[in-house]
Design a protein around this ligand. Sequence first.
Ligand SMILES: Cc1cc2nc3c(=O)[nH]c(=O)nc-3n(C[C@H](O)[C@H](O)[C@H](O)COP(=O)(O)OP(=O)(O)OC[C@H]3O[C@@H](n4cnc5c(N)ncnc54)[C@H](O)[C@@H]3O)c2cc1C
Length: 467
Amino acid sequence: MPGISRRHFLSLGLGCGGLLLGACKDTPGKASDLSKARVIVAGGGFAGMNAARALKRISPELQVTLIERDPIYMCCPGSNRVIAGMASIDSLAHDIGTGPEKMGIQVMIGTITGINGDRKHITLADGSSLPFDRLIMAPGMDLRWDAIEGYDEAASTLIPHAWKAGEQTLLLRRQIRSLRRGGTVVITVPDNPYRCPPGPYERASLMAHYLKTHNPRAKILILDAKTRFSKQRAFSHAWKTLYPGMVEWVSSEHEGQIDHIDTRHRVVNTEFNKHPADVLNVIPPQRAGKLVTLADLQDETGWCPVDPLSFESTKIPGIHIIGDACIATPMPKSAFSAQSQARACASAVVELLSGEVPTPPRLINHCFSFVDAERAISVTGVYGYQPSTRALEMLSSGETAPDDDWAQEGIYATDGYELMIQETFGQESSSHIGPGAKEKTRQRFAGPSRESYLHPAKAWSSNSWTG
Ligand SMILES: Cc1cc2nc3c(=O)[nH]c(=O)nc-3n(C[C@H](O)[C@H](O)[C@H](O)COP(=O)(O)OP(=O)(O)OC[C@H]3O[C@@H](n4cnc5c(N)ncnc54)[C@H](O)[C@@H]3O)c2cc1C
């Protein structure tokens, strides 16, 4: 039986992802070699989970171990809808174990505490050690707590970043709900690169959607460390037409750059001005997840340089880095990019283990943002590998225009999200965790305000609750 080619796998992955499992079952004729090969995937988010699955689809005989520190993954896509009261927190929760185990992936819940790139093994917090032939690292990002004067991890318990989903998402949601009449929400946005470039502007749009009904004189001020932003034309049009006078964006050229934050009084200080906030959402600068520092895989930017031919580290051979943690410019750091990189990396790893040279990848990012409960806008980019520079280049791109059908885009956004969740976690997004895990998630985020969270207060429209 001839093996499915990597190029064919990638084209299937991009064109009909849901059919991949069936299409790749009768894959390669390399069982004798590959059955001895051990691949460890570190991190079970969008990048890691998709890499582990793709490895098994391309080469079912491969020994694949996925290591993730948390048994329930909290998903950032969709979290802005939770903040705006359109979805429940447990809609973001996904079981790590069940889906991949069915495919023969060994799943271990544990924290990686050591990586030895020369001797090719990793160490877990319980002291155990696991050998690998290839290691795929997908630890996501961490926040740089030293980047903004006055704002650190302790401050984030009162002034949320909500850039990792979970408790922080609920904190911001509660604060928006109890914003004083006519109050001001200030969102600070870092310079590129950071996780989900359009995320802050989707957040402002969905907050505005909520406030328009519940607190119509409220204002949202976005202080940006950039001069331009993702989907700017469409977002600006949305703010002007859907929320006139409510959302103001200030670029770094006009005082958007933060000097320091007075967390005690909730004031953002720029070079010449003070911006007092009733609700302050600080999105700090970021870097690759701390895990990469165990093997010093990052460069001076804090992110990990890779050769995008295979996503192998340019610093340590045999270790690959995908998702938010790697430098894959000009791809944005998104779940969709992470999924596309995961598939390309998995194919390259199988080729390398088989003694072949990886086939240059084609990658894609397709990223939706909601501007209200039903309407969405999107941006798409297709990327190719340029052998002469050993870098990715943008081959084509496009984004939603103001006169496109945004309600139709909203339908695509919902369907696209469902598909991404199914392909990543093997579950539907609305019923993606079993009753046990669902209850566990509720309990975990319950706390003293659970009643108000499950039974929204007056200011919180009950029909906006879809969880
Ligand atoms: C508000 C918001 C909205 C977003 N919306 C979208 C969207 O609509 N579409 C989109 O495409 N993207 C969106 N994103 C971006 C998306 O969430 C990220 O790009 C994506 O999660 C990156 O995937 P990843 O696997 O690289 O990292 P992660 O998803 O963060 O996964 C990393 C995993 O590694 C694990 N890990 C870390 N360290 C260790 C260790 N030492 N041991 C074991 N495990 C470890 C972590 O527990 C985690 O599960 C959004 C992001 C935000 C913040």
